[in-house]
Design a protein around this ligand. Structure first.
Ligand SMILES: [Zn+2]
Length: 202
């Protein structure tokens, strides 16, 4: 009887998650914030705070749950996940270097000095990078310092952070890349950041 009850309870718990329990409260934490100047570091903290606010916005959550994600890496172990499972993974926020499901984006972020260099071969120069074996997200000054990129930076942060949960995409640009988790998630965060900053600057 007890075992039966336990099975029923477990099944109903699984069912609740599958049918859409509210997502947990999400936090962001700047474990390492190195911006070369205090002004940049203030801007980095503002981006972190905006990322947190958007993650807790129910309208954002609704739109994220409506996405159909694509996987362009054939061996991607996440390719069988449902949208709900992807979203829950994002909210559990278990980074490879901090694997507790703490609903907290543990961010290590460094700004690196680099000028914008546009050539025929690189019409869209890199805005920054992250390495699979490194906790840190690197962003270049040429991109970070441009006031026009204020909302984009929040999207960039979300995109790079999702890589720390092992969401992936191919390096080369192709039509389906925008639907991979890092791009779709980062772009939706960016769209909401644009909306937030527009209203707050008026
Ligand atoms: Zn990426």
């Amino acid at each position: 009887m007890f075992r039966y009850l336990l099975t029923t309870l477990t099944l109903s718990a699984v069912f609740c998650v599958a049918t859409g329990q509210p997502l947990p409260e999400f936090k962001t934490r700047g474990n390492k914030i190195q911006g070369l100047t205090t002004a940049r570091e203030a801007k980095m903290r503002e981006a972190l705070a905006t990322f947190e606010k958007i993650m807790n916005d129910t309208l954002f959550q609704k739109e994220l749950l409506r996405k159909t994600f694509a996987y362009d890496v054939p061996t991607d172990p996440y390719r069988t996940l449902t949208t709900r499972q992807v979203v829950e993974k994002l909210y559990k926020a278990a980074e490879w270097y901090q694997p507790a499901e703490d609903q907290t984006a543990n961010v290590y972020w460094v700004i690196k000095k680099r000028a914008k260099i546009v050539t025929v071969l690189t019409p869209h120069p890199a805005i920054g990078y992250g390495l699979p074996t490194d906790t840190t997200i690197y962003t270049y000054t040429w991109y970070f310092d441009d006031a026009a990129n204020k909302a984009d930076i929040v999207g960039h942060l979300a995109h790079e952070w999702s890589h720390k949960l092992k969401f992936a995409h191919l390096k080369n640009s192709h039509p389906g890349r925008e639907n991979t988790v890092p791009y779709a998630f980062g772009n939706l965060i960016k769209a909401f950041a644009k909306k937030y900053y527009q209203t707050s600057s008026r």
